[in-house]
Design a protein around this ligand. Structure first.
Ligand SMILES: Nc1ncnc2c1ncn2[C@@H]1O[C@H](COP(=O)(O)OP(=O)(O)OP(=O)(O)O)[C@@H](O)[C@H]1O
Length: 623
């Protein structure tokens, strides 16, 4: 394949790579072919072309006039779920939506304004479709390869960093939560959990970075649930306004749904109630759910602002604030909304609430912004910040724009031939635009590959349907825009294909992080051409750092490129993403603690006095 841009890059090895892309991908795919499942046949009857798909129906009710109620302080002790609260009122199952919370039929129970506490009356989140739950004590989640996490570098900076825990038993999370951890088949905490949970339980603010798929959701959910269980919190005022104690914000609807599903599992029978609110879904149902009481509100920022403006939610007694994908939440797109929510809606200021920020990537400029929301916080990094995990095999192939489709087809055929397809080996294809997603989905389908798509122009119902269809393997290929790039935890995603590369290397990190999760291996293939030239350098650096084979043509291309793609290494240590406070005035290290650990929590280097203790200015734990 000879192209004008390719000609500008060094010759011989490039030709070899470009000439045989499909076998290379096939060989890579073959490495992952252990899970073989039969290929579903395309069933055209169920396919609805993108242009015929229905648009979302809007059913937003007019805002009722409502005065913000003051927080009423009236302590109610928590000593386990209140007895007798659940004897009346039946249940009705989730209303069809995957993320729908349980909807008790009995209406508001007891105390108004949010006390619907006690043993969950809703669907058991651990039950199978017949309503049966397996025994609580079971085997370790067989998919988790914990060896992959040993010796991962860990660094914590800040004052008086609480020591990490070794096991869940070392952490006193409370009996009911411990039972749910067993139900989830979590046997040991992942490194981020080992370190972050004790920090949060000690009441400290936290900015935490850990690689994709490493268990960050539980790392912020467990301390919140445990804190609410043990806390002697206020009885919420009666009325239509909901007063959550914890707020978890995430950038996408699907991620909020997923976090809510996780939070429901973790809080099952703890007396702590989690509710989700996100855009694109009828607000009335969410309002009804909120009226029944909420301890933990999981929300997307837009819908939350709507609820705040309608005075249906008050943040006045928030005790815990967690931002998942915090760097995304504080970048240009979301920052004004987040500031409004955190600073202008009566939420207790930092210092009076506890704030936790989590992501796999944390650019320095965002850290600086984020520090406005934190007080005397600990900066925790587990693994190389912003790096991809070594568990993901990364391939980059040079493909001219006009050849992308046929190249993708070669790849998918090769996968099929190698038995690397079907329910146990899902393929996620990222594209740049919504139109591109529709068009590629259509084309794949027409060519015999059952595919669906998810992007911002599809109705919420369609988006959720697409995800379900993908997860179940009915359509084992999902074409997605960046709406699916962050946080989604879909089992059996074996291959992520960057059909179009993103402009920002951090987006690439999150995209490929949809595979290789929880200690499993995964494959990521990127189609590279002149349109993605700004990514050449950070991509080559990232691959090198993750011990990946970097094609010579990419190295060459990177050496000629003029940056862009936001070099991940800007202004930091070799691995980037270090605590920004350690640069500038903090760098002189007066009351700073810098500790390096391996994942087992045994310090390999630690000291007071901050930066200086490492002598070279490079944190030893990273090397
Ligand atoms: N201690 C544990 N033991 C076993 N499995 C775990 C444990 N903690 C989390 N998991 C599982 O690991 C998977 C990934 O967790 P999670 O989605 O929280 O990752 P993440 O770090 O938030 O990823 P991302 O950066 O992509 O958002 C989930 O399926 C979760 O159930």
């Amino acid at each position: 394949m000879t192209t004008s841009w390719a000609d500008s890059v060094a010759a011989s090895e490039e030709e070899a790579v470009a000439a045989a892309p499909a076998p290379a991908a096939a060989a890579a795919a073959a490495k992952f072919s252990s899970d073989q499942a039969s290929q579903p046949r395309p069933t055209r009857r169920t396919y609805v072309p993108p242009h015929l798909r229905s648009r979302p129906q809007s059913s937003v009710a007019p805002a009722p006039p409502s005065a913000a109620a003051p927080a009423v302080i009236d302590r109610v002790g928590y000593g386990g779920p209140p007895a007798g609260s659940w004897s009346t009122g039946g249940f009705r199952p989730d209303a069809g939506r995957s993320g729908g919370g349980h909807v008790p039929a009995g209406g508001r129970n007891g105390r108004g304004g949010g006390r619907d506490r006690g043993r969950d009356r809703g669907v058991n989140p651990f039950a199978d479709k017949d309503g049966l739950e397996q025994g609580i004590v079971g085997q370790e989640n067989a998919a988790i390869n914990f060896d992959a996490y040993e010796d991962i570098p860990v660094e914590a900076t800040g004052n008086n960093v609480p020591p990490p825990a070794g096991t869940f038993a070392d952490i006193d999370l409370g009996e009911a939560l411990n039972l749910n951890i067993q139900r989830c088949k979590y046997v040991k905490p992942t490194p981020i959990q080992r370190h972050a949970i004790p920090i949060s339980l000690a009441g400290r603010d936290l900015m935490a970075c850990a690689q994709t798929g490493s268990g960050k959701t539980a790392a912020f959910c467990f301390p919140i649930i445990s804190g609410i269980m043990r806390g002697r919190y206020v009885q919420r005022p009666r009325g239509r306004t909901a007063y959550p104690l914890a707020l978890i914000l995430s950038p996408t609807r699907e991620l909020s749904i997923q976090i809510h599903e996780e939070a429901r599992k973790f809080s099952y029978q703890t007396g702590v109630k989690a509710v989700v609110a996100y855009g694109g879904a009828p607000i009335n149902q969410q309002l009804r759910e909120l009226e029944r009481g909420v301890d933990i509100l999981v929300a997307t920022p837009g819908r939350l602002v709507d609820l705040l403006e309608r005075a249906r939610v008050s943040l006045q007694i928030i005790k815990y604030l967690a931002l998942d994908e915090a760097d995304r939440m504080l970048d240009m797109g979301f920052e004004p909304q987040i500031r409004k929510i955190v600073e202008q809606t009566g939420m207790p200021p930092c210092g009076l609430r506890q704030t936790m920020l989590f992501s796999a990537t944390f650019p320095k400029e965002i850290q600086r912004l984020a520090s406005d929301f934190l007080s005397n916080y600990i900066y925790l990094t587990v693994g190389r910040v912003g790096s991809s995990t070594d568990l993901i095999v990364q391939r980059v192939e040079r493909v001219h724009e006009s050849d992308k489709r046929s190249h993708l087809m070669d790849l998918l055929h090769a996968q099929r031939e190698n038995g690397f397809h079907g329910k146990q080996a899902l393929t996620l294809v990222f594209v740049e635009t919504k139109r591109g997603a529709d068009s590629l989905e259509n084309w794949l389908y027409t060519n015999g590959f059952p595919a669906t798509s998810i992007h911002g122009d599809r109705s919420q119902q369609e988006r959720e349907l697409a995800l379900r269809s993908f997860k179940s393997g009915r359509t084992p290929i999902l074409v997605a825009t960046d709406v699916a790039a962050r946080g989604l935890d879909i089992p059996h995603v074996a291959h992520v294909i960057n059909f179009d590369l993103p402009n920002d290397i951090d987006d690439y990190v999150h995209r490929i992080g949809r595979t290789g999760r929880a200690g499993n291996t995964g494959l990521a293939t990127a189609f590279f051409n002149e349109n993605s030239s700004s990514l050449a350098r950070p991509l080559a650096e990232l691959m090198q750092e993750a011990n990946q084979e970097v094609p010579a043509w990419l190295t060459h291309y990177a050496s000629r490129s003029h940056g862009g793609g936001r070099s991940r290494r800007s202004g930091g240590s070799r691995f980037g993403g270090r605590d920004f406070r350690r640069e500038g005035s903090f760098n002189r290290g007066t009351d700073y603690y810098g500790g390096g650990y391996n994942s087992t929590g045994h310090g390999v280097s630690a000291g007071y006095g901050g930066y200086g203790v490492y002598g070279t200015g490079v944190t030893s734990a990273w090397e």
